[in-house]
Design a binder for this molecule. Structure first.
Ligand SMILES: *[C@@H]1O[C@H](CO)[C@@H](O)[C@H](O)[C@H]1NC(C)=O
Ligand SMILES: *[C@@H]1O[C@H](CO)[C@@H](O)[C@H](O)[C@H]1NC(C)=O
Length: 403
Protein backbone atom coordinates (compact mmCIF):
# COMPACT_ATOMS: atom_id res chain seq x y z
CA UNK A 1 0.00 0.00 0.00
CA UNK A 2 1.29 3.47 -0.80
CA UNK A 3 1.57 6.14 1.80
CA UNK A 4 -1.45 7.97 0.50
CA UNK A 5 -3.54 4.80 0.49
CA UNK A 6 -2.54 4.26 4.10
CA UNK A 7 -3.68 7.74 4.98
CA UNK A 8 -6.98 7.37 3.21
CA UNK A 9 -7.57 3.99 4.82
CA UNK A 10 -6.83 5.32 8.28
CA UNK A 11 -9.03 8.36 7.83
CA UNK A 12 -11.86 6.10 6.68
CA UNK A 13 -11.28 3.92 9.72
CA UNK A 14 -11.36 6.95 12.00
CA UNK A 15 -14.54 8.26 10.52
CA UNK A 16 -16.30 4.92 10.74
CA UNK A 17 -15.10 4.49 14.33
CA UNK A 18 -16.27 7.97 15.16
CA UNK A 19 -19.67 7.08 13.74
CA UNK A 20 -19.79 3.88 15.76
CA UNK A 21 -18.68 5.76 18.84
CA UNK A 22 -21.32 8.41 18.32
CA UNK A 23 -24.03 5.79 18.06
CA UNK A 24 -22.85 3.57 20.88
CA UNK A 25 -21.90 6.05 23.60
CA UNK A 26 -25.04 6.80 25.52
CA UNK A 27 -23.55 9.47 27.71
CA UNK A 28 -26.07 11.68 29.46
CA UNK A 29 -26.99 14.60 27.24
CA UNK A 30 -25.88 12.84 24.05
CA UNK A 31 -22.29 14.09 24.27
CA UNK A 32 -20.12 12.75 21.48
CA UNK A 33 -17.30 11.31 23.55
CA UNK A 34 -14.91 10.68 20.70
CA UNK A 35 -15.23 13.60 18.33
CA UNK A 36 -12.35 15.54 19.85
CA UNK A 37 -10.30 12.35 20.01
CA UNK A 38 -10.66 11.60 16.33
CA UNK A 39 -9.86 15.19 15.40
CA UNK A 40 -6.61 14.63 17.22
CA UNK A 41 -6.02 11.35 15.36
CA UNK A 42 -6.49 13.22 12.08
CA UNK A 43 -4.05 15.93 13.16
CA UNK A 44 -1.52 13.29 14.18
CA UNK A 45 -1.78 11.52 10.82
CA UNK A 46 -1.43 14.81 8.97
CA UNK A 47 1.76 15.51 10.89
CA UNK A 48 2.99 11.99 10.08
CA UNK A 49 2.35 12.58 6.38
CA UNK A 50 4.47 15.72 6.44
CA UNK A 51 7.41 13.82 7.86
CA UNK A 52 10.04 12.74 5.38
CA UNK A 53 8.70 10.45 2.65
CA UNK A 54 6.10 9.06 4.97
CA UNK A 55 8.65 6.57 6.30
CA UNK A 56 7.73 4.28 9.15
CA UNK A 57 8.00 6.30 12.34
CA UNK A 58 9.74 4.66 15.24
CA UNK A 59 9.01 5.01 18.91
CA UNK A 60 9.39 6.92 21.12
CA UNK A 61 7.21 9.75 19.96
CA UNK A 62 8.77 12.09 22.44
CA UNK A 63 7.60 15.18 20.58
CA UNK A 64 4.00 14.10 20.31
CA UNK A 65 1.76 14.87 23.19
CA UNK A 66 -1.96 14.99 22.95
CA UNK A 67 -4.61 15.51 25.54
CA UNK A 68 -6.87 12.58 26.39
CA UNK A 69 -10.40 13.17 25.13
CA UNK A 70 -12.19 14.31 28.25
CA UNK A 71 -15.62 15.77 28.00
CA UNK A 72 -17.01 17.93 30.75
CA UNK A 73 -19.29 15.20 32.08
CA UNK A 74 -16.30 12.92 32.43
CA UNK A 75 -14.31 15.53 34.34
CA UNK A 76 -17.17 15.76 36.79
CA UNK A 77 -17.41 11.98 37.05
CA UNK A 78 -13.67 11.65 37.57
CA UNK A 79 -13.78 13.89 40.57
CA UNK A 80 -16.15 11.43 42.21
CA UNK A 81 -13.64 8.60 42.10
CA UNK A 82 -12.42 7.27 45.37
CA UNK A 83 -8.71 7.07 44.57
CA UNK A 84 -6.32 10.01 44.42
CA UNK A 85 -5.76 11.47 41.01
CA UNK A 86 -2.09 12.15 41.76
CA UNK A 87 0.53 11.38 39.10
CA UNK A 88 3.33 9.00 39.99
CA UNK A 89 6.73 10.74 40.38
CA UNK A 90 8.69 10.13 37.15
CA UNK A 91 11.80 8.95 39.03
CA UNK A 92 9.96 5.96 40.51
CA UNK A 93 8.76 4.68 37.13
CA UNK A 94 10.91 1.87 35.70
CA UNK A 95 11.88 2.04 32.02
CA UNK A 96 11.91 -1.19 29.99
CA UNK A 97 15.35 -1.73 28.43
CA UNK A 98 15.75 -4.38 25.70
CA UNK A 99 18.03 -7.34 26.45
CA UNK A 100 19.99 -7.78 23.20
CA UNK A 101 20.59 -11.28 21.85
CA UNK A 102 17.94 -12.88 24.03
CA UNK A 103 17.19 -15.72 23.54
CA UNK A 104 20.76 -16.65 22.70
CA UNK A 105 19.53 -19.38 20.35
CA UNK A 106 16.57 -19.09 18.04
CA UNK A 107 13.42 -21.13 18.67
CA UNK A 108 11.00 -22.62 16.18
CA UNK A 109 7.72 -21.68 17.83
CA UNK A 110 4.41 -21.31 16.03
CA UNK A 111 2.28 -18.23 16.67
CA UNK A 112 3.36 -17.13 20.16
CA UNK A 113 0.00 -16.10 21.50
CA UNK A 114 0.83 -15.58 25.18
CA UNK A 115 3.61 -15.14 27.72
CA UNK A 116 3.58 -15.25 31.50
CA UNK A 117 6.21 -15.64 34.23
CA UNK A 118 6.09 -18.40 36.83
CA UNK A 119 6.74 -17.73 40.54
CA UNK A 120 10.39 -18.80 40.11
CA UNK A 121 10.94 -16.13 37.45
CA UNK A 122 10.90 -18.45 34.41
CA UNK A 123 9.25 -16.91 31.36
CA UNK A 124 6.69 -19.31 29.89
CA UNK A 125 5.24 -19.11 26.39
CA UNK A 126 2.03 -20.51 24.91
CA UNK A 127 2.11 -21.11 21.15
CA UNK A 128 0.00 -22.64 18.37
CA UNK A 129 2.67 -24.88 16.83
CA UNK A 130 1.70 -25.64 13.21
CA UNK A 131 -1.79 -24.19 13.64
CA UNK A 132 -2.72 -20.62 12.83
CA UNK A 133 -5.85 -18.51 13.01
CA UNK A 134 -7.15 -17.31 9.64
CA UNK A 135 -10.44 -16.84 7.77
CA UNK A 136 -10.95 -20.61 7.57
CA UNK A 137 -10.73 -21.18 11.33
CA UNK A 138 -14.30 -20.31 12.39
CA UNK A 139 -17.63 -20.13 10.60
CA UNK A 140 -19.95 -17.17 10.97
CA UNK A 141 -21.50 -18.63 14.13
CA UNK A 142 -18.04 -18.76 15.74
CA UNK A 143 -17.91 -22.54 15.47
CA UNK A 144 -14.40 -23.92 15.03
CA UNK A 145 -14.11 -25.64 11.64
CA UNK A 146 -11.29 -28.08 12.31
CA UNK A 147 -12.46 -30.06 15.34
CA UNK A 148 -11.87 -33.36 13.54
CA UNK A 149 -8.15 -32.57 13.20
CA UNK A 150 -7.93 -33.04 16.96
CA UNK A 151 -5.88 -31.02 19.42
CA UNK A 152 -2.37 -29.74 18.66
CA UNK A 153 -0.04 -32.73 19.03
CA UNK A 154 3.09 -30.76 19.85
CA UNK A 155 3.80 -29.26 23.26
CA UNK A 156 2.11 -25.84 23.35
CA UNK A 157 3.70 -24.55 26.58
CA UNK A 158 7.44 -24.03 27.06
CA UNK A 159 9.28 -22.86 30.19
CA UNK A 160 12.36 -20.82 29.26
CA UNK A 161 15.52 -19.95 31.12
CA UNK A 162 15.30 -16.28 32.12
CA UNK A 163 19.05 -15.74 31.54
CA UNK A 164 19.50 -17.47 28.17
CA UNK A 165 15.98 -17.96 26.87
CA UNK A 166 16.70 -21.66 26.27
CA UNK A 167 13.86 -24.18 26.63
CA UNK A 168 13.95 -25.85 30.07
CA UNK A 169 10.81 -27.97 29.77
CA UNK A 170 7.44 -28.12 28.07
CA UNK A 171 3.95 -29.56 28.29
CA UNK A 172 0.46 -29.06 26.86
CA UNK A 173 0.50 -31.56 23.98
CA UNK A 174 -2.81 -33.07 22.75
CA UNK A 175 -4.84 -30.62 24.82
CA UNK A 176 -5.53 -27.38 22.95
CA UNK A 177 -7.03 -26.45 19.58
CA UNK A 178 -6.42 -22.70 19.26
CA UNK A 179 -4.41 -21.31 22.19
CA UNK A 180 -4.98 -17.68 23.16
CA UNK A 181 -4.39 -16.54 26.76
CA UNK A 182 -2.12 -17.87 29.51
CA UNK A 183 -1.59 -16.40 32.97
CA UNK A 184 0.38 -18.04 35.77
CA UNK A 185 -0.80 -17.09 39.28
CA UNK A 186 1.36 -16.60 42.39
CA UNK A 187 0.86 -20.26 43.35
CA UNK A 188 2.08 -21.43 39.95
CA UNK A 189 -1.32 -22.45 38.53
CA UNK A 190 -1.80 -21.96 34.79
CA UNK A 191 -4.96 -20.15 33.61
CA UNK A 192 -5.53 -20.77 29.94
CA UNK A 193 -8.04 -19.75 27.27
CA UNK A 194 -8.67 -21.62 24.03
CA UNK A 195 -10.69 -19.64 21.48
CA UNK A 196 -11.65 -22.75 19.46
CA UNK A 197 -12.96 -24.62 22.51
CA UNK A 198 -14.63 -21.44 23.87
CA UNK A 199 -13.33 -22.37 27.29
CA UNK A 200 -11.09 -21.16 30.10
CA UNK A 201 -9.13 -23.57 32.29
CA UNK A 202 -7.08 -23.69 35.47
CA UNK A 203 -4.25 -26.26 35.45
CA UNK A 204 -1.51 -27.35 37.78
CA UNK A 205 1.85 -27.08 35.96
CA UNK A 206 2.26 -30.12 33.69
CA UNK A 207 -1.33 -31.10 34.54
CA UNK A 208 -3.28 -33.15 32.04
CA UNK A 209 -6.74 -32.58 33.57
CA UNK A 210 -8.01 -29.09 34.39
CA UNK A 211 -8.73 -28.21 38.03
CA UNK A 212 -11.47 -25.88 36.81
CA UNK A 213 -13.27 -25.40 33.48
CA UNK A 214 -15.48 -22.45 32.48
CA UNK A 215 -17.54 -22.51 29.28
CA UNK A 216 -18.96 -25.32 27.12
CA UNK A 217 -16.58 -27.29 24.93
CA UNK A 218 -16.75 -26.04 21.30
CA UNK A 219 -20.07 -24.30 22.09
CA UNK A 220 -19.93 -20.52 21.84
CA UNK A 221 -22.66 -18.54 23.58
CA UNK A 222 -23.48 -15.44 25.54
CA UNK A 223 -25.22 -16.93 28.59
CA UNK A 224 -23.40 -16.90 31.94
CA UNK A 225 -22.53 -20.59 31.37
CA UNK A 226 -20.94 -19.94 27.98
CA UNK A 227 -17.90 -18.13 26.71
CA UNK A 228 -17.19 -17.10 23.14
CA UNK A 229 -13.53 -16.91 22.08
CA UNK A 230 -12.25 -15.91 25.54
CA UNK A 231 -9.00 -13.97 25.37
CA UNK A 232 -7.31 -13.59 28.74
CA UNK A 233 -7.49 -14.23 32.50
CA UNK A 234 -6.32 -12.23 35.53
CA UNK A 235 -6.07 -13.81 38.98
CA UNK A 236 -6.05 -11.95 42.31
CA UNK A 237 -4.01 -13.00 45.33
CA UNK A 238 -7.40 -13.56 47.01
CA UNK A 239 -8.13 -16.28 44.41
CA UNK A 240 -10.88 -14.37 42.63
CA UNK A 241 -10.36 -14.37 38.89
CA UNK A 242 -11.55 -12.44 35.84
CA UNK A 243 -12.08 -13.83 32.34
CA UNK A 244 -12.04 -11.47 29.36
CA UNK A 245 -14.80 -12.90 27.13
CA UNK A 246 -13.49 -11.77 24.52
CA UNK A 247 -13.97 -11.57 20.78
CA UNK A 248 -17.75 -11.95 20.59
CA UNK A 249 -19.30 -11.04 23.94
CA UNK A 250 -16.95 -8.13 24.79
CA UNK A 251 -17.51 -8.54 28.51
CA UNK A 252 -15.55 -9.46 31.61
CA UNK A 253 -16.74 -12.21 33.98
CA UNK A 254 -15.63 -12.16 37.63
CA UNK A 255 -15.55 -15.40 39.63
CA UNK A 256 -14.69 -16.44 43.16
CA UNK A 257 -11.83 -18.89 43.68
CA UNK A 258 -14.19 -21.87 43.39
CA UNK A 259 -15.43 -20.75 39.99
CA UNK A 260 -18.77 -19.25 41.03
CA UNK A 261 -19.77 -16.27 38.90
CA UNK A 262 -19.86 -13.08 41.00
CA UNK A 263 -20.43 -10.34 38.47
CA UNK A 264 -20.23 -9.33 34.83
CA UNK A 265 -18.57 -6.11 33.67
CA UNK A 266 -20.25 -4.03 32.44
CA UNK A 267 -23.32 -4.80 34.51
CA UNK A 268 -26.25 -2.64 33.38
CA UNK A 269 -26.87 0.20 34.00
CA UNK A 270 -23.12 0.63 34.35
CA UNK A 271 -21.72 2.62 31.43
CA UNK A 272 -18.72 0.85 29.94
CA UNK A 273 -18.80 -0.23 26.32
CA UNK A 274 -15.98 -2.68 25.48
CA UNK A 275 -14.97 -3.78 21.99
CA UNK A 276 -12.77 -6.87 22.08
CA UNK A 277 -11.23 -6.85 25.56
CA UNK A 278 -8.03 -8.57 24.44
CA UNK A 279 -5.96 -8.67 27.64
CA UNK A 280 -6.50 -7.84 31.31
CA UNK A 281 -4.29 -7.14 34.34
CA UNK A 282 -5.04 -6.49 38.01
CA UNK A 283 -3.63 -3.61 40.06
CA UNK A 284 -4.57 -4.88 43.47
CA UNK A 285 -3.31 -1.91 45.47
CA UNK A 286 -5.55 0.45 43.48
CA UNK A 287 -8.28 -2.21 43.21
CA UNK A 288 -8.37 -1.72 39.41
CA UNK A 289 -8.77 -4.20 36.58
CA UNK A 290 -7.07 -2.70 33.53
CA UNK A 291 -8.37 -3.88 30.16
CA UNK A 292 -6.77 -3.68 26.70
CA UNK A 293 -10.01 -2.53 25.05
CA UNK A 294 -8.58 -3.31 21.65
CA UNK A 295 -11.02 -2.04 19.06
CA UNK A 296 -11.90 1.04 21.15
CA UNK A 297 -8.17 1.87 21.00
CA UNK A 298 -7.84 2.48 24.72
CA UNK A 299 -7.01 1.03 28.10
CA UNK A 300 -9.88 1.19 30.59
CA UNK A 301 -9.62 0.37 34.27
CA UNK A 302 -12.88 -0.23 36.13
CA UNK A 303 -12.86 -1.03 39.84
CA UNK A 304 -12.06 -4.69 40.45
CA UNK A 305 -14.05 -4.85 43.70
CA UNK A 306 -11.55 -7.16 45.41
CA UNK A 307 -11.54 -5.65 48.88
CA UNK A 308 -15.13 -4.54 48.85
CA UNK A 309 -17.81 -3.93 46.30
CA UNK A 310 -17.52 -0.21 47.07
CA UNK A 311 -16.90 1.62 43.83
CA UNK A 312 -17.94 -1.21 41.52
CA UNK A 313 -19.75 0.30 38.57
CA UNK A 314 -18.08 3.70 39.07
CA UNK A 315 -16.76 5.31 35.88
CA UNK A 316 -13.58 3.56 34.77
CA UNK A 317 -10.20 5.28 34.52
CA UNK A 318 -9.67 5.72 30.77
CA UNK A 319 -6.43 6.05 28.85
CA UNK A 320 -7.09 6.99 25.24
CA UNK A 321 -4.59 8.98 23.26
CA UNK A 322 -4.33 9.13 19.47
CA UNK A 323 -0.98 7.35 19.26
CA UNK A 324 -2.18 4.39 21.35
CA UNK A 325 -4.00 2.63 18.51
CA UNK A 326 -5.39 -0.87 18.99
CA UNK A 327 -4.15 -2.16 22.32
CA UNK A 328 -3.30 -5.88 22.29
CA UNK A 329 -1.43 -6.49 25.54
CA UNK A 330 -1.39 -5.12 29.08
CA UNK A 331 0.64 -6.08 32.14
CA UNK A 332 1.25 -4.33 35.42
CA UNK A 333 3.71 -3.91 38.23
CA UNK A 334 2.69 -2.04 41.36
CA UNK A 335 0.53 0.88 40.27
CA UNK A 336 1.98 1.06 36.74
CA UNK A 337 0.49 -0.45 33.59
CA UNK A 338 2.54 -1.49 30.56
CA UNK A 339 0.81 -1.89 27.21
CA UNK A 340 1.63 -2.81 23.62
CA UNK A 341 -0.42 -1.81 20.63
CA UNK A 342 -0.73 -3.63 17.32
CA UNK A 343 -0.92 -2.57 13.69
CA UNK A 344 -3.26 0.42 13.37
CA UNK A 345 -2.61 1.78 9.89
CA UNK A 346 0.35 4.15 10.15
CA UNK A 347 0.71 4.45 13.91
CA UNK A 348 4.01 3.15 15.28
CA UNK A 349 3.77 -0.22 17.02
CA UNK A 350 5.45 0.01 20.39
CA UNK A 351 5.26 -0.24 24.14
CA UNK A 352 3.62 2.28 26.45
CA UNK A 353 4.00 2.99 30.15
CA UNK A 354 0.76 4.18 31.69
CA UNK A 355 -0.16 5.79 34.99
CA UNK A 356 -3.80 4.80 35.50
CA UNK A 357 -4.28 7.31 38.33
CA UNK A 358 -3.57 10.32 36.15
CA UNK A 359 -4.98 8.44 33.11
CA UNK A 360 -1.85 9.33 31.16
CA UNK A 361 0.78 7.66 28.98
CA UNK A 362 4.05 8.48 30.74
CA UNK A 363 6.56 6.65 28.53
CA UNK A 364 7.17 4.97 25.16
CA UNK A 365 9.59 2.13 24.49
CA UNK A 366 10.21 -0.81 22.17
CA UNK A 367 9.63 -1.25 18.46
CA UNK A 368 7.44 -4.13 17.30
CA UNK A 369 5.58 -5.44 14.27
CA UNK A 370 2.77 -7.56 15.63
CA UNK A 371 2.93 -7.94 19.42
CA UNK A 372 0.24 -10.03 21.03
CA UNK A 373 0.91 -10.50 24.74
CA UNK A 374 3.11 -9.25 27.56
CA UNK A 375 3.96 -10.07 31.17
CA UNK A 376 6.05 -8.72 34.04
CA UNK A 377 7.92 -11.08 36.38
CA UNK A 378 6.70 -11.34 39.96
CA UNK A 379 9.64 -9.38 41.41
CA UNK A 380 9.35 -6.72 38.71
CA UNK A 381 12.82 -7.26 37.25
CA UNK A 382 11.83 -8.41 33.77
CA UNK A 383 9.17 -7.75 31.17
CA UNK A 384 8.46 -10.03 28.20
CA UNK A 385 6.60 -9.32 24.95
CA UNK A 386 5.57 -11.94 22.39
CA UNK A 387 4.96 -11.37 18.72
CA UNK A 388 2.89 -13.32 16.25
CA UNK A 389 4.46 -13.65 12.83
CA UNK A 390 4.36 -16.01 9.90
CA UNK A 391 7.70 -17.76 10.35
CA UNK A 392 10.18 -18.83 12.98
CA UNK A 393 11.99 -15.48 12.95
CA UNK A 394 8.87 -13.42 13.48
CA UNK A 395 7.12 -15.69 16.00
CA UNK A 396 9.14 -14.72 18.99
CA UNK A 397 9.54 -13.43 22.54
CA UNK A 398 11.50 -10.34 23.63
CA UNK A 399 12.99 -9.74 27.06
CA UNK A 400 13.26 -6.31 28.68
CA UNK A 401 14.71 -5.46 32.06
CA UNK A 402 12.93 -2.86 34.13
CA UNK A 403 15.62 -0.40 35.13
C1 LIG B 1 14.10 -11.40 40.30
O1 LIG B 1 13.98 -12.75 39.89
C2 LIG B 1 15.00 -13.16 38.97
C3 LIG B 1 14.64 -14.56 38.48
O2 LIG B 1 14.35 -15.41 39.53
C4 LIG B 1 16.36 -13.09 39.67
O3 LIG B 1 17.38 -13.51 38.78
C5 LIG B 1 16.59 -11.65 40.10
O4 LIG B 1 17.80 -11.57 40.81
C6 LIG B 1 15.44 -11.14 40.96
N1 LIG B 1 15.63 -9.71 41.15
C7 LIG B 1 15.40 -9.08 42.30
C8 LIG B 1 15.61 -7.60 42.30
O5 LIG B 1 15.03 -9.66 43.31
C1 LIG C 1 -21.48 -23.23 11.72
O1 LIG C 1 -21.28 -24.62 11.96
C2 LIG C 1 -22.26 -25.22 12.80
C3 LIG C 1 -21.84 -26.66 13.07
O2 LIG C 1 -21.50 -27.30 11.87
C4 LIG C 1 -23.63 -25.11 12.14
O3 LIG C 1 -24.64 -25.68 12.98
C5 LIG C 1 -23.95 -23.64 11.89
O4 LIG C 1 -25.16 -23.51 11.20
C6 LIG C 1 -22.81 -23.01 11.06
N1 LIG C 1 -23.09 -21.56 10.94
C7 LIG C 1 -23.02 -20.94 9.78
C8 LIG C 1 -23.36 -19.47 9.80
O5 LIG C 1 -22.66 -21.49 8.75
Amino acid sequence: MSCMQHLVALLALCLSLAAVAASSNHLPGGVNLNERFFNQVRALIKRRMQEKNCARVHCPLSNVHLQPPLVDDEVALQNQRSYDNVPIPAASVPTPVLVENWPTEQHSFGQVTAVSVDPLGNPVIFHRAERYWDVNTFNESNIYYLIEYGPIKEKTIYLLDSKTGAIKSGWGSNMFYMPHGMTIDIHGNYWITDVAMHQAFKFKPFGSKPLLTIGKRFRPGSSVKHLCKPTSIAVATTGEFFIADGYCNSRILKFNAAGKLLRTIPQPPEFLSLQVPHAITLLEHLDLLCIADRENMRVVCPKAGLKSSHGEGEPAATIQEPDLGRVFGVASYGDIVFAVNGPTSMLPVCGFTIDPRSEAIIGHWGDFKNPHSMAVSVNGSALYVTEIGNNHQTNRVWKYVLA
